[in-house]
Design a protein around this ligand. Structure first.
Ligand code: G1P
Length: 286
């Protein structure tokens, strides 16, 4: 079955970015010249996704405005003959069909995904965590969809993580199938270096069969009272195989202040108009 729908969880408080996120969603923080979430939306669309549910919470209306039409702005740009900008602005609202679902309480990533059950309506679907920007020859979600099509099973994206990474990411116990595909035998959320099965971490992209929703419903909350998607995948494993895909490309983690700055700089340096002046500027700082 074609993967046409995606869920983008964006309901968190963004506490790691305070004070920047006191009155503005983390997902709207600017990376080079567009908000963080737009990278995930463009990746989804580039992967064949047509319908996107964004899971939001109070204070996130800027997200809805960003992907909506903006008649006043469009009228203004047209009148001023700023046609390039007009085109860009119009493109954003036409990217996909958007649906916004409120998660009333911060009860974890698994719970946030469960909010989209009726929107997904029994289809396979992708999940993109907007903290991560993937710059890949084939969009990362598309790479997962290709593996999903081959194995007709849920697929998680994998990246090699260091010791510190085992405290930040879900970690899998792998059985290698091909150079880049692993069967997931077991997995655990943020185990730390002692309990980690491997150095293969879940880094923010998933394709799920709809059976994940039952698994989420059966997942008990963790010690913080949150339902983790990693724990739900562990329950899904009792009924279905799950695969992991070591993606091809570069991932930029925008999840905390330092990595966000590094990602912004790296992505800006890839842009022709910024590269030379930015490099010159950086030299003056040394
Ligand atoms: C979440 C998931 C974790 C995953 C990570 C990827 O954690 O629970 O399994 O490895 O995203 O970024 P969070 O970053 O929300 O704490």
């Amino acid at each position: 079955m074609k993967v046409r729908k995606a869920v983008i969880p964006a309901a968190g408080f963004g506490t790691r970015f305070l004070p920047a996120t006191k009155a503005q969603p983390k997902e709207m923080l600017n990376v080079v010249d567009k908000p963080l979430i737009q990278y995930s939306v463009e990746e989804a669309v580039g992967s064949g996704i047509e319908h996107i549910a964004v899971i939001i919470s109070r204070g996130k209306s800027a997200l809805m405005d960003h992907f909506d039409q903006s008649p006043e702005l469009e009228y203004f740009l047209e009148k001023k003959n700023k046609l390039d900008l007009l085109e860009q602005v119009k493109e954003i609202s036409g990217l996909a069909e958007f649906c916004y679902i409120r998660q009333q309480q911060a009860l974890g990533l698994g719970h946030a995904i469960l909010m989209a059950e009726s929107f997904i309506a029994g289809e396979p679907f992708a999940v993109l965590l907007p903290d991560d920007i993937f710059d890949c020859p084939v969009p990362c979600t598309k790479q997962l969809i290709d593996v999903y099509q081959e194995y007709a099973s849920s697929v998680v994206v994998l990246g090699r993580v260091d010791k510190e990474g085992t405290k930040k990411y879900g970690i899998i116990k792998p059985k290698q199938m091909t150079e880049t595909t692993f069967q997931v035998l077991d997995l655990v959320e943020k185990p730390g270096p002692e309990k980690a099965f491997s150095d293969l971490g879940l880094i923010g992209r998933y394709v799920f069969t709809p059976e994940i929703f039952d698994a989420i419903r059966r997942t008990p909350p963790d010690h913080r009272g949150e339902v983790q998607i990693t724990d739900a995948i562990k329950l899904l494993l009792e009924e279905q195989s799950v695969y992991g895909h070591l993606f091809e490309g570069t991932r930029y983690d925008c999840g905390d202040k330092l990595t966000f700055l590094q990602a912004s700089l790296a992505l800006a340096l890839k842009r022709e108009e910024f590269q030379r002046p930015l490099k010159d500027f950086l030299k003056t700082l040394e």
